[in-house]
Write a protein that binds this ligand. Structure first.
Ligand SMILES: [Zn+2]
Length: 543
């Protein structure tokens, strides 16, 4: 998920701020997401027209609960293959492993499908950040992704700055040459008394259900532009530090508890020539701030060896499927997916080996049961979700279904039923965001009803942003992001140095794979495609 600025989330980081406030209390809200008592409960709104294959659901449960491979798959993707930064050798090795595994499970056309040109790749080789005086400290730090290396060992006294935008440049012009720059002040850790892992309460789920206005982001562009503006601002600060000849940049981690947050202010791909940069654990960073503020003689020493590879390589998604068998709708597609790429600080177990493994396991379950779906069931593991523009999923949508800029659609756009995205950690699926698609509610409610006992029955009309369903929604295709229990995600593992398989919950992953397998199967067997919302307006001639 894109690292949007976190807010005290009650239900999900995907929703606009106003909706979150709604989710926390029943009080009617002034803007977006106004709660209205009228929204019927899911069971009541389930369409009785939908055919539920109880026998198939029982077989899916048995395979998914008793002979599950989901945890092993998530471990193989994460701790065994390590960080999978977009385009890196770690990404490609893990992607090839997934392709082979899917083929071994018997899935058809398991492949690495190019989505477009991705530019440079980045490899981290080694680094160290130490305080030598007034006492020795091996700093808990991580280089920012795409950061160039240092010219050997850099030693020096740090200079404290607060640069948030262009207007701050004038205060530091001519004062930073050869210096180790520390940008950012101390911050009191947030949420100290909040449990890092918890289950969504019935009250929270019910208020999500009752939301009537989907809220922001109403369009793909609303979602993308905010992020791109933040990146542009970030780039201007980086260029200023480079032009001022700073030797290195240290910034504090968003999370406390020695957790390093790898994203947010990481460089984007074209950053050769930038200042070597590190994210530092908040506790260590703040200790140095206090030393410097009290005029103690601080001396730091750091080094970074990293390299850029492949100047203009292709980017790849992992794709595999179970072909449709129906003469009328066999070419139509229902899809599940999640991003496969990670940041560089850890093995991306909860973000997003968990979602990737759920998608793979749902396919394994259906293939093992020998289903003959009417429509084609396809899965994709996306490249580049963490980077600017959902590279992998947007590249895929542009290649197969259409371009949201001019809203130029391709023939296969008419042969698409629905896309389901999983990208919110290890927590079990509690339901889906409908992305404003009210007509989909009774259908999905009917298909989820058999899994009410597993806690998966919530449907919210809300628009969710910040992940790979957005490119599908951008060309008017039905796309649904999962509602999941927040298990250690924002407080601990999301884009951090803690994101390893220790944080995976097997029972939750099993539940998610079972729910997803059943949904895919039933949507593939429907007479009709999933209903659609009106086509969004074209935004730009070209992008
Ligand atoms: Zn993610």
């Amino acid at each position: 998920m894109h690292g949007r600025p976190a807010v005290a989330s009650v239900a999900s980081p995907f929703l606009g701020v106003s909706l979150l406030l709604c989710a926390s209390g029943f009080a009617a809200c002034a803007t977006g997401g106004a709660a209205a008592g009228s929204a019927a409960s899911p069971a009541a709104s389930a369409s009785s027209a939908e055919r539920i294959d109880a026998a198939m659901n029982a077989r899916i449960r048995a395979e998914g609960m008793e002979r599950s491979r989901v945890l092993e798959t998530a471990i193989m993707i994460s701790d065994i293959h390590g960080p999978r930064l977009a385009g890196s050798s770690g990404f490609m090795t893990a992607a090839n492993w997934a392709r082979t595994q899917l083929a071994e499970w018997g899935l058809a056309s398991s492949r690495l499908e190019p989505w477009g040109r991705r530019g440079k790749a980045w490899e981290l080789e080694r680094f160290s950040v130490e305080m030598l005086a007034p006492y020795y400290l091996r700093m808990n730090a991580i280089p920012k992704a795409w950061s160039p290396g240092t010219a050997g060992i850099v030693t020096g006294t740090p200079v404290l700055v607060t640069i948030r935008g262009d207007s701050d440049f004038v205060r530091y012009r001519g004062k930073l040459r050869g210096r180790i720059v520390m940008n950012g002040g101390t911050a009191v850790p947030r949420n100290r008394f909040d449990a890092p892992a918890r289950r969504l309460t019935d009250r929270e789920l019910d208020s999500l259900t009752r939301i009537t206005d989907p809220g922001e982001p109403r369009t793909y562009w609303e979602d993308a532009d905010g992020f791109l503006e933040a990146l542009a601002r970030r780039k201007r600060i980086d260029d200023f530090l480079r032009d001022e000849g700073a030797a290195a940049l240290l910034e504090p981690s968003r999370n406390a508890n020695a957790i390093l947050t790898a994203s947010h202010v990481s460089y984007s791909t074209d950053r050769t020539g930038a200042v070597p940069a590190f994210m530092v654990a908040r506790e260590h960073y703040d200790a140095i701030l206090r030393l410097v503020e009290r005029q103690r003689a601080v001396r730091l020493e750091l080094s970074l060896t990293s390299r850029f590879t492949q100047t203009d390589s292709l980017g790849y998604n992992v794709v595999a499927e179970i072909p449709g068998t129906d003469s009328r709708v066999g070419q139509e597609v229902v899809m599940v997916g999640g991003h496969f790429d990670t940041w560089q600080a850890a093995a991306g177990a909860t973000d997003n080996a968990a979602g990737s493994a759920v998608a793979m396991e749902a396919m394994r379950i259906l293939k093992t049961l020998g289903v003959n779906p009417r429509r084609t069931i396809r899965m994709a593991l996306w490249d580049g979700e963490e980077q600017e523009d959902y590279f992998g999923s947007m590249g895929y949508v542009k290649r197969h279904y259409g371009d949201p800029g001019p809203m130029r659609l391709l023939p296969d756009h008419a042969k698409f039923s629905a896309y389901f995205n999983v990208d919110h950690g290890t927590g079990r699926i509690r339901g889906f965001y409908l992305q404003g698609n009210a007509a989909a509610r009774p259908i999905l409610a009917a298909f989820l009803e058999p899994f009410r006992d597993l806690g998966a029955s919530t449907l919210s009309i809300s628009n969710a942003g910040s992940t790979d369903h957005m490119p599908f929604a951008s060309v008017g295709l039905p796309a649904f992001n999962s509602i999941q229990d927040p298990i250690d995600y924002d407080p601990k593992t999301h884009h951090t140095s803690l994101d390893f398989a220790d944080y995976l919950l097997e029972d939750d992953l099993k539940q998610s794979a079972v729910v997803m397998a059943s949904l895919l199967y039933h949507i593939a067997m429907r007479d009709e495609r999933m209903p659609r919302t009106p086509l969004p307006a074209p935004k730009r001639a070209n992008r």
